[in-house]
Design a protein around this ligand. Structure first.
Ligand SMILES: [Zn+2]
Ligand SMILES: [Zn+2]
Length: 351
């Protein structure tokens, strides 16, 4: 089947505005590009940040989305690892594989890539997407894989694992607190368990998300809307928390982290912050703590995929709602009202 000249896509129209529109189908621009027919895609919290106007680099007319699984429709002349018909996972980060950052596996900062899909170039909330640097930015879908589960590997699982769990240096026996039970917090919760922490405490304001966190392996949950999360976390431990993972991105949740971290502990910030925080350096300077930040590098995607394939990691459990591609606007409505709708990840099907 040949590619149609036009397709449907979610187009950003400036802060607060998005629509499902008919647009031109993407074309190969560089020999390293591929064109992928989207089979499954989803909506990220980052897309909601963009729609709020928090990411001004996203301009009107941009197709949103940076997650998905699809089928290779066409490849540029320099692509060697993929061919038409291959089923692929699309990474949220594009990597040239050659620059200084790529050589250090810091793909987030690739000089000709990084997080550009649905940001600086058109993204995956479309029937077709152009993926730059296809050889280094796509992954073969293993035979018989659950493709919905793999969509969780485009962004949220590597983000929660790399920036939360690995940067936080979670170790066996640690007490770990995750602030924010959204998809990224849940991804950190699932992958922190690789390292057998003694306690995994989830903090959120939403009771239904806290109940889900318990089914995903949280040993304790704290509702920070009804209680004092700092006092409760400190009361649970002798001298504070070994690893605190910030998975919200507001000053109030960062503040919980800096008040509960124990001496020599780690604060791993994963949240997307739109405003400054008040760093309590007068208390922290003496505590030998480590504070990390970061954008996902996706250098652990292969490893995570093996654990999904073996059944050790079950990210499909994060999917709460499913929609047909034509219902994309409804999917945004549900994801945008996550608390009321009891939504975590929404899956959009274009197969
Ligand atoms: Zn995302
Ligand atoms: Zn690069």
């Amino acid at each position: 089947m040949t590619m149609p000249k036009q397709m449907q896509a979610i187009v950003y129209g400036g802060p607060g505005v998005k629509s499902l529109e008919t647009v031109a189908t993407p074309k190969i621009q560089q020999p390293t590009d591929a064109i992928i027919k989207i089979v499954k895609t989803t909506i990220c919290g980052t897309d909601l940040h963009i729609l709020k106007g928090d990411v001004p680099a996203v301009t009107k007319g941009r197709i949103l989305g940076h997650e998905g699984v699809g089928i290779v429709e066409e490849v540029g002349s320099a692509v060697t690892r993929f061919k038409k018909g291959d089923r692929v996972l699309i990474s949220c980060v594009s990597a040239c594989g050659k620059c200084g950052y790529c050589k250090k596996q810091l793909y987030a900062h690739c000089e000709d890539g990084g997080w550009i899909l649905g940001h600086l170039i058109d993204g995956t909330q479309a029937e077709y997407v152009r993926t730059p640097h296809a050889d280094n930015s796509l992954y073969h879908v293993p035979e018989g894989a659950d493709e919905e589960a793999l969509v969780m590997l485009s962004d949220i699982l590597p983000t929660g694992f790399e920036i939360g769990v690995l940067y936080g240096a979670v170790k066996p026996g640690d007490t770990v607190a995750i602030i924010g039970a959204g998809p990224i917090g849940m991804a950190a919760l699932l992958t922190a368990q690789f390292f057998s922490p003694a306690r995994l405490i989830m903090v959120d304001v939403d009771e239904s998300r806290l109940a889900m966190a318990k089914t995903f392996g949280a040993t304790d949950v704290i509702n920070s809307a009804t209680g004092d999360a700092v006092a409760e976390l400190l009361a649970m431990t002798k001298d504070g928390i070994d690893v605190v993972i910030e998975a919200v991105g507001i000053a109030a949740t960062f503040d919980i982290c800096q008040r509960v971290v124990r001496p020599a502990g780690h604060i791993a910030n994963v949240g997307v912050h739109g405003t400054s925080v008040d760093l309590q350096l007068q208390d922290l300077w003496i505590k030998n703590i480590t504070l990390t930040t970061g954008l996902v590098n996706t250098n652990t995607t292969d490893m995570l995929m093996k654990n999904v394939q073996s059944g050790k990691l079950k990210p499909a459990e994060l999917i709460t709602h499913r929609f047909a591609f034509a219902e994309f606007m409804r999917a945004y409505e549900v994801f945008g009202n996550a608390s009321k709708e009891k939504a975590l990840k929404v899956m959009i099907d274009n197969s």
